[in-house]
Structure formats: structure tokens, C-alpha cells
Design a protein. Structure first.
Length: 210
């Protein structure tokens, strides 16, 4: 076996490639329907939790919240068929923003997906692919406006404990080339899903500032 074979195969069967593939399939299915089924959505989202754990203590709060919300939505998929049906139910019961409601959980999961998307985008565009800079910028834009001072302070302190670029690649079993390819796949596939979720709220005259 050539000593480079392992590196040539990086990106195939890795956590990042599984996430990218799941969201490409989800985005493709979304293109053939006016709705997004809840079960496949939750299945795709469940792959993302490993990314939060790979980032260490700085994103522990986001990981715990994200995993909890995905679990709740997955359980709800036994009753609700689609994302639309979740919003319809909570709108009827005036519980869209109620803590623990499925619409609120969906909003938080959407933030988690967008946080990873923004982090990847920043990671690929920042000088020398600085993970700390990419993560700080992503958190400040996507999550910080909705978190308490205590949470923001804890996340800021945890940024110093982020893995180095090489450590992250090792954790994700990626190479320099494969990590860029897989991150771009997720960025491209997740954005239409994120925008679709936003539209579910906006079309019902529900603001996104929460």
C-alpha cells in the first residue's frame, strides 16, 4: 500500500463527509417538495453534534443545547410529519416562543447549523485558517446576540482552549485538501435549509430576533 493512500482517501467516510452528504440529500429532497420532513431533518442534524464536541469547552454550551433540541425534535417526528406542521401547531396554540416548544427548539437547532456554517466559512477565509478567529467571529454573529452575559463570558474564556488547526484535522480525520472540500460541501448544502427554516417563521409574521 502506498504511504499516501490514507491521505488520498481522507474525506471519505469521515464525520465531515457524512454531514455534508446528509445535508446535500436533505437539500436535494427540499428541491422536490414545498415542505421538509421532520425525521430526515433530525437525522441530518444529528450528524452535526460531533463537530461541537470536536471544538471543546468553548462550544460545550452550544453542544448541550443543540443535542437536546435535536433529540426533542426527533421524538416529535413520531407525531409531526414536517417542519411546517410544527409551526402550524405552535401558532395555533400561541406557543411559538414558549420555552420547550418545538418551534423554539427548531429555532435553536437552526442557530446551531448556522453557527457551524459560519465557522466553516470563516475558517476557510481567515489568515492561515485560524480556528480561534473563525469560531469567535461565527459565535459573535450567530449566537452571542441571544445569549446572556454569563454564557458569552464563558464562551469567550473557552476560546483559548480551542484545538489548533492540526488538532482539529486529526480529530476529524481530514487533510488540508479534504477539509476544505467537505466544509464547502456543508456550507453550500446547509444554507438553503437554513434559509427555508427562516422563511417558515417570516411567512407567519414571526420575527427572527430571538
Amino acid at each position: 500500500m502506498d504511504e499516501n493512500d490514507g491521505f488520498e482517501d481522507a474525506g471519505t467516510g469521515t464525520p465531515l463527509s457524512a454531514i455534508a452528504e446528509a445535508f446535500e440529500e436533505l437539500s436535494s429532497n427540499r428541491g422536490h417538495s414545498n415542505d421538509l420532513m421532520l425525521k430526515p431533518f433530525c437525522d441530518a442534524c444529528s450528524h452535526v453534534s460531533i463537530l461541537f464536541s470536536s471544538l471543546g469547552i468553548a462550544f460545550k454550551f452550544a453542544e448541550l443545547e443543540y443535542v437536546s433540541k435535536v433529540r426533542d425534535l426527533s421524538e416529535a417526528s413520531k407525531i409531526f410529519e414536517s417542519l411546517n406542521s410544527i409551526l402550524d401547531y405552535d401558532v395555533r396554540n400561541d406557543t411559538v416562543r414558549t420555552p420547550g416548544s418545538l418551534s423554539r427548539n427548531l429555532r435553536r437547532v437552526r442557530q446551531g447549523l448556522d453557527l457551524i456554517r459560519a465557522l466553516f466559512q470563516n475558517f476557510l477565509s481567515t489568515y492561515e485558517n485560524s480556528l480561534k478567529e473563525a469560531a469567535s467571529m461565527a459565535y459573535a454573529k450567530v449566537c452571542a446576540p441571544y445569549h446572556t452575559w454569563a454564557v458569552r463570558t464563558a464562551v469567550s474564556a473557552g476560546m483559548c482552549a480551542l484545538p489548533t488547526r492540526d488538532q482539529l484535522l486529526m480529530k476529524l480525520n481530514e487533510t488540508n485538501d479534504s477539509v476544505e472540500r467537505e466544509m464547502r460541501r456543508y456550507i453550500d448544502a446547509s444554507l438553503p435549509i437554513i434559509e427555508y427554516i427562516d422563511e417558515l417563521y417570516v411567512s407567519r409574521n414571526i420575527s427572527l430576533d430571538w
